[in-house]
Design a protein around this ligand. Structure first.
Ligand SMILES: [Zn+2]
Length: 540
């Protein structure tokens, strides 16, 4: 297998076969095989498909369960999803392959993704026409430099996970903040490889790292349950909206970053109210429920990375462990009798010095060190959520508005990059592929098409253009008569906004960006009064 760094154009992954039968003919010795070829899987993963079972190819179809004659094509992603479910009537070979299984899922996702990128590469003309009509995606000043039109390869914002996509999500979430004001809670939820739902399904002697399929499926279910708890069970109070993203890391499990908007009153930021749902103390092990909670907090919510002067911890980067008192995350904190809201808007949580402590033994520099853990090292948590999910769930009250922008930048910072290569040409697909890093859990997450982000209420992107400069889509060989009709009937959200207000009086009090809160845009019909579900407008 030849990777793009070694040979060929970026994004092209060649499998080269050497034929044994025509060894005499030197010229025809090598054959290239496309990853979409039916023999790609058994040739590349000889151990996983020992009988040469064919992989996905264009001709694969699904049974039509309704009994009709029409055949439905089997998509590549669906095929890999099918393979990623263990079955009782076939051996579980691929699930026992450990690291080879990890490589298999990453490769499967890369192959599916490749086809999408190939499509984007071959449709640059359409993508660029969006860009230069000022409609979409203006992210960099180079975007409007027309002299480079021919050379530039654009990865559009519709490509999930690309830089422009993350930029759009960031703008959407800022639009939600503009509408509601600052969010109430900031929650980070990390999967726990020791979850009983994962351990129960592991094959003998397996670890969770060897089964990214199980980890992704269980984490996805728990994330959805957590979102339901906040939205429908309203465990923190009346829910208004949220923005969330899933962040994958090179090592460790994916995180959920979640900003929750609640309908709060002046009572919300009082010490007593905060103490009722956030704690930064080790729970007293005085009854069975608290004993259980204590076990969870001890193992998931204590900041131990930098304990015993561990200079190599991430939170100690650039700090001298023998001089500084606290790490970059501020641990250990000081004891605190009562929760207070500081002048700068940040709360300081209650961390009483009441003898709740335990010692733990940590291996550092070849020796065992004993460290004392007390309330100063507890990461703020919600007792309810910690008991329910048995994982690292950091729940904090959002600080001042200026902190909100930082959190947004942090959660939309984009993916981990393996390497950054500076390129003189403007090929965003190449740049993306060079910097791309796919981990096994992310690969499974994307193959299963689990959500990677969410915004509520939805943000509608409103078009802006000068008179008679709205974009019109047509292909080069379009009939001029049809083109003329299309030009005459072309309508944008902006034109429809003027039209609605010239015909109706009820919407004239609203600005363009406020319109989606009260009206819904129906394609080809224009704006209609909104009956259900709220939306927020944002101009490009
Ligand atoms: Zn630390």
């Amino acid at each position: 297998m030849i990777l793009p760094e070694q040979y060929g154009s970026a994004g092209f992954r060649d499998i080269v076969l050497v034929s044994r039968t025509n060894g005499d003919d030197q010229g025809n010795q090598f054959t290239l095989i496309n990853p979409n070829h039916a023999s790609y899987l058994p040739l590349h993963y000889v151990l996983l498909f020992p009988y040469g079972e064919p992989g996905w190819h264009w001709g694969r179809t699904l049974d039509n369960r309704e009994g009709g004659h029409q055949k439905k094509n089997l998509s590549q992603r669906t095929f890999y999803r099918f393979r990623l479910h263990p079955r009782l009537d076939e051996p579980s070979t691929i699930f026992q392959a450990q690291r080879l299984f990890q490589q298999f899922v990453v490769d499967a996702w890369a192959v599916c993704n490749q086809n999408k990128l190939a499509w984007i590469r071959s449709h640059q003309a359409n993508i660029r026409s969006d860009l230069y009509h000022g409609l979409a995606d203006v992210m960099e000043s180079e975007d409007i430099d027309l002299t480079r039109t021919g050379k530039r390869v654009v990865l559009p914002s519709s490509y999930l996970g690309g830089d422009r996509f993350m930029q759009q999500l960031y703008q959407d979430s800022i639009a939600i903040v503009r509408h509601f004001g600052k969010p109430s809670l900031f929650i980070t939820f990390t999967g726990n490889p020791k979850w009983v739902e994962i351990e129960r399904e592991l094959l003998p002697a397996q670890t969770a790292a060897e089964r990214p399929d199980l980890v992704a499926r269980v984490l996805n279910l728990k994330v959805r349950d957590l979102l339901d708890q906040i939205r429908y069970k309203e465990v923190f109070g009346p829910w208004l909206g949220w923005v969330w993203t899933i962040e994958y890391q090179k090592r460790g499990l994916p995180h959920l970053h979640l900003l929750v908007f609640l309908r709060t009153d002046h009572q919300f930021l009082t010490a007593g109210n905060i103490d009722s749902f956030i704690s930064a103390e080790l729970p007293p092990a005085d009854d069975t429920i608290n004993q259980e909670l204590r076990g969870i907090i001890d193992t998931t919510m204590v900041h131990t990375h930098c304990i015993a002067q561990n200079g190599s911890a991430l939170c100690m980067q650039g700090l001298d462990p023998f001089i500084v008192q606290t790490c970059r995350k501020g641990y250990p904190r000081s004891f605190q009798e009562e929760t207070i809201i500081n002048e700068d808007g940040y709360p300081t949580y209650r961390r009483r010095n009441m003898g709740q402590a335990y010692t733990m033994s940590i291996r550092r520099g070849g020796a065992d060190v004993t460290a004392l853990i007390d309330n100063r090292r507890v990461v703020p948590y919600s007792p309810y959520l910690s008991l329910r999910y048995r994982a690292h769930i950091n729940v904090e009250v959002c600080g001042p508005v200026k902190a909100v922008k930082y959190i947004h930048k942090y959660i939309y910072k984009g993916r981990d990059r393996a390497t950054v290569i500076l390129e003189s040409d403007q090929n965003e697909i190449k740049l993306y592929l060079h910097g791309r890093y796919i981990g096994p859990t992310e690969a499974v997450w994307r193959l299963f098409e689990y959500s990677t982000h969410g915004e509520e209420p939805p943000v509608m992107h409103l078009q802006l253009h000068l008179p008679d400069q709205q974009p019109i889509y047509f292909s080069e060989n379009e009939d001029p008569v049809i083109l003329r009709q299309r030009m005459d009937s072309s309508i944008t959200t902006l034109l429809a906004y003027f039209k609605y207000n010239s015909e109706n009086v009820d919407g004239r009090g609203y600005l363009y960006h406020e319109f989606p809160e009260h009206y819904v845009y129906v394609r080809k019909q224009g704006w209609k009064p909104r009956i259900q579900r709220k939306s927020i407008g944002r101009m490009y």
